[in-house]
Design a protein around this ligand. Structure first.
Ligand code: MN
Length: 201
């Protein structure tokens, strides 16, 4: 059911009423960043939009320093329930290695106020090659810009922290906050515990 008429009648910068521009089922869309110890360690940055997780592989991980531009390679959409996945992808399988839920939370898409849901606007912005999202994670907060630099089969983007009050050049969460926000485990602990579980089966 569309709420276009509802929204057209209201100015949500003046009224505290809900805008309805949330996820399709009324909650805030989620984001997750998974640390992935595959053949090359990287961070998978995923945004819930249009019923899937839009995904980028970020080799050096996200930064809280607005001067740091991080390469983000667009990869295939993942299903929504992948956001909770932490474990080991077995040898010989695609992406073999350990996956950790490094950060997660909800996000806002402040631009594009007048059309559709936040999520469908995000999907359109991704197609256009530029978007800014406001993250509410445990490690990362505030604005992050994604800018597409090169298209093709594996489009290359840059992920950059917006210079807002959450920006902090002194923090370096990729090196100082390496554990899972889901389980508190390190990559080694996840790998070992999943191996023990597999062996006891
Ligand atoms: Mn990956």
């Amino acid at each position: 059911m569309s709420t276009d008429t509802y929204r057209k009648k209201r100015d949500f910068s003046r009224s505290p009423e809900p805008s309805g521009r949330r996820g399709g089922n009324g909650r805030q869309p989620r984001f997750v960043i998974q640390r992935h110890d595959a053949s090359n360690e990287h961070y998978d940055f995923r945004l819930e939009a249009d019923g899937v997780l839009k995904s980028w592989a970020v080799p050096r991980g996200p930064s809280t320093d607005p001067r740091e531009k991080r390469l983000a390679v667009e990869v295939e959409d993942h299903p929504l329930d992948y956001a909770d996945f932490e474990g080991v992808i077995p040898e010989g399988e695609y992406g073999a290695g350990t996956v950790m839920v490094w950060d997660r939370g909800t996000y806002d898409y402040p631009a594009g106020k007048d059309e559709g849901t936040q999520e469908s606007n995000v999907a359109a912005a991704i197609k256009s090659g530029h978007l800014v999202v406001n993250l509410r994670g445990e490690k990362l907060r505030g604005g992050y810009a994604l800018q597409r630099m090169r298209g093709g089969k594996k489009p290359q983007w840059l992920l950059v922290k917006i210079n807002d009050d959450q920006a902090d050049a002194r923090r370096n969460p990729v090196s100082t906050q390496g554990k899972s926000v889901l389980s508190g485990r390190t990559l080694k602990q996840i790998a070992r515990e999943e191996k023990d579980t597999a062996e006891s089966r």
